[in-house]
Design a protein around this ligand. Structure first.
Ligand SMILES: Cc1ncc(COP(=O)(O)O)c(C=O)c1O
Length: 388
């Protein structure tokens, strides 16, 4: 039945059946590290919480269904999830990563895993030919983000998935920016979806989490094995918080996106803004792709909660940061509260300056994560903070 249900219904019901023992509608939190065994190796499906925990299982079932996937594998952070994915590699394997990937992914690939005998190559995954040109016999994965952080460039998931199939390479999509409500890469042919659950899935800036979702049993088994072997798992409490948070994800993400759309439209022609990047604007070079790929549960295009703006000078940027009141200067995104950040020196601090210059990420670019506050209040706040 759950396959036929829509996003909002699955969010409430999948993984949330009332507790069998007491009937509690809100599922219990299983705060336990270990489980009683009736004899050696005889248990009720659980033996140790690093391997499995009932609260985690409920959350994994719930979040997998929201990406229309069969298997969800939860981790303690988005980076723990990405690292687990790369731990499926063997010595000498090659991975292609989108060139303006999240700074932490870049750092893990270049500064940690490259020393373990894996090869990472960064290309502009917007262009199919650039991706195809670097596929090698030892290429195992293509890992991309769409829209990218913070330049909001899109990659055509379906086209890259077809390319991957023809070269026997797997495709993973970091879907953090759109959330499972706004984009479902598995439906376009990706093999795996990754999320920093810290963002829209948690949605309240109060926890860290990561998750991998796939329909492929063999891959899922490998990832569950890495999850239990490495132990970078979320606590039962965080799993319960995540299970509760997904119930309102559709409402939150739709409202954030509606707010962002209104703000982007109004700010597009503001004289103090040099340029504005938002996939929902007709001026965005990939507006048509956004309309086909980023769809909410009714199949209506949705453009996300992130807006990036070039303010032209460090002086204008710092003026904005000193005046803005409702947007807190902080890393992260996708929460109910609006945030502002300067990716150059914050989220992308570990990306070398030459690469930032090459991709067009400047010191004057600010990224807004639009929350669910009243849009008129957000608009008044932004406009009063722009230097005349
Ligand atoms: C697109 C993207 N992917 C991955 C991550 C890493 O997630 P976490 O901070 O939960 O480890 C982030 C964090 O900002 C992100 O924005």
């Amino acid at each position: 039945m759950s396959e036929k249900l829509r996003f909002e219904t699955k969010a409430i019901h999948v993984g949330n059946i009332p507790d069998e023992e007491t009937g509690a509608v809100s599922p219990p939190i299983h705060f336990t590290s270990t489980y009683q065994q009736s004899g050696v190796g005889k248990n009720r499906g659980f033996d140790y919480s690093r391997a499995a925990n009932p609260t985690r299982q409920r959350y994994e079932e719930n979040i997998a269904s929201l990406e229309s996937g069969n298997y969800g594998i939860a981790f303690a952070s988005g980076m723990a999830a990405t690292t687990a994915l790369f731990q499926t590699l063997t010595h000498g394997d090659h991975v292609i990563i989108g060139r303006n990937t999240y700074g932490g992914t870049y750092r893990m690939a270049v500064e940690v895993l490259s020393k373990h005998g894996f090869y990472f190559e960064f290309v502009d995954t917007k262009f199919l030919d650039q991706v195809e040109n670097v596929i090698k016999p030892n290429t195992k994965w293509i890992f991309l983000e769409t829209p990218t952080n913070p330049l909001l460039e899109l990659c055509d998931i379906k086209a890259i998935a077809q390319l991957c199939k023809s070269h026997n390479v797997k495709l993973a999509v970091d879907n953090t920016f759109m959330s499972p409500y706004g984009q479902n890469p598995l439906a376009f042919g990706a093999d795996l979806v990754m999320h920093s659950a810290t963002k829209s899935i948690g949605g309240h800036s109060d926890l860290l989490g990561g998750v991998l979702i796939t329909n492929e049993k063999e891959l899922a088994d490998q990832l569950y094995f890495i999850q239990k072997s490495g132990g970078a798992v979320p606590s039962p409490f965080d799993c319960w918080m995540l299970l509760r948070s997904t119930k309102t994800m559709g409402l939150r993400v739709q409202k954030q996106s509606d707010n962002a759309m209104t703000l982007a439209h109004r700010l597009e022609s503001h004289p103090s803004i040099e340029s504005i990047m938002y996939p929902g604007l007709e001026s965005h070079p990939q507006f048509e792709l956004a309309k086909c790929q980023q769809l909410n549960s009714d199949g209506v295009p949705i453009f996300g909660s992130i807006i990036s703006m070039e303010l032209g000078s460090v002086e204008a940027r710092d003026y904005f940061l000193s005046k803005i009141q409702l947007f807190t200067l902080a890393e992260s995104l996708g929460g109910v509260e609006s945030l502002v950040c300067v990716p150059f020196g914050m989220t992308h601090g570990s990306v070398p300056v030459e690469i930032k210059n090459e991709i067009g990420l400047t010191e004057c670019l600010i990224r807004l994560s639009v929350g669910i506050e009243h849009v008129e209040d957000l608009y008044v706040d932004i406009t009063q903070a722009l230097k005349k």
